[in-house]
Design a protein around this ligand. Sequence first.
Ligand SMILES: [Zn+2]
Length: 415
Amino acid sequence: MEEWNAATLRRLKLWVLAVFLSTAPSFRLSAQDYRAQALRILKAVPLIDGHNDIPDAIRERGGLDSVDFAVPQPKLMTDIPKLRAGAVGGQFWAAYVPVTTMDSGPHPAVYALEQIDLIKRLCAKYPRDLAMAYSAADVERNFAAGKISCLIGIEGGHAIENSLGALRMFAALGVRYITLTHWRSLSWATASTDTARRGLSAFGREVVHEMNRLGILVDLSHVNDGTMSDALHAARAPVMFSHSSARALSHHSRNVPDSILRLVAPNGGIVMVNFNPGFVSEAVRVYEDSLEPRVRALKAAGTDTAAIRDSLRTWRARAPKATLQQVADHIDYLRRVVGADHVGLGSDFDGITEVPVGLEDVSKFPDLIAELLRRGWSEQDLRKVAGMNVLRVLRDAERVATEGNAKARRTDAQR
Ligand SMILES: [Zn+2]
């Protein structure tokens, strides 16, 4: 019989420990346990998402009367039952203004007004579940009353039509952030997709200062790096990225590069992670970027439309997919580079056409929180990411606005 030497004994001890750890319930939480813990966290703090495009999706479907938000809508990523299942406590609804309004159709300002009107009517139509919020205190009050807060963000600075008066009136209507550009540059701010290296103009800096004075958050999702940097240097209040992820993980121009991330903590701002697969996964981004040149090559070779459509179908079937775990990777990465105090969630649901596996709609937020718990995140940090960080940013912006206005009144009195 073999002698029991020290090495064998050590191996045996390790094996017993491994078996114990893998079976003892107190040592190994199951997926359900993490989900239950996530839901407990979201009972204590409101989960606030930075960007959801349901107002535009509703407009496209013919307006509020065409969509019953109170019952499950299989074709939408957002409805009240899903928001409740996802334990959502507050949502920035995007008053998205297409850049095409700069060329034709209703004026951008009118379009923005119509979308703000739609958000307010949506919120008023379901008073048992939704309530408008214009401040951090409103969000907390609504949350205590068991209601989901509706916050308004305008997507596209073209909505102000170069008018500080219009900007002030949007503030009076309760708009809490404006994304400076959408896909196209303005005369005063440059979009992320623009090859120009310009940033903010002198008027652009004036817009930023006026937004700070009014307590409207400056949203830097969609602008180019020059504009991000200019706005961060001009801002007197924390800025936000309402729906952008980390460029180090997916090299998309809509994501935030490390050089800018380093400016966010000193500014006190927040980066709210986007779930758009092309922003989340580098493989998906490369695949998406390859589509146009591939179609162009087929066309140049004289391929007919039906064959091109077939090719597209084949490519799509084999396309890489983003995952919930990769979204968690962005959140991990941002915590490492900017700190847990400056990270949030900005799904872009109903504005994106593809979704990460595991994050299909607003009901899946607790699964993301559960994944972060599994990775060893503390409850305290997750409360921040879920909602406390963006509430702090809102409150700081409110304070800067109040102080700025008090200072202006003092200066007036001295005149
Ligand atoms: Zn967007």
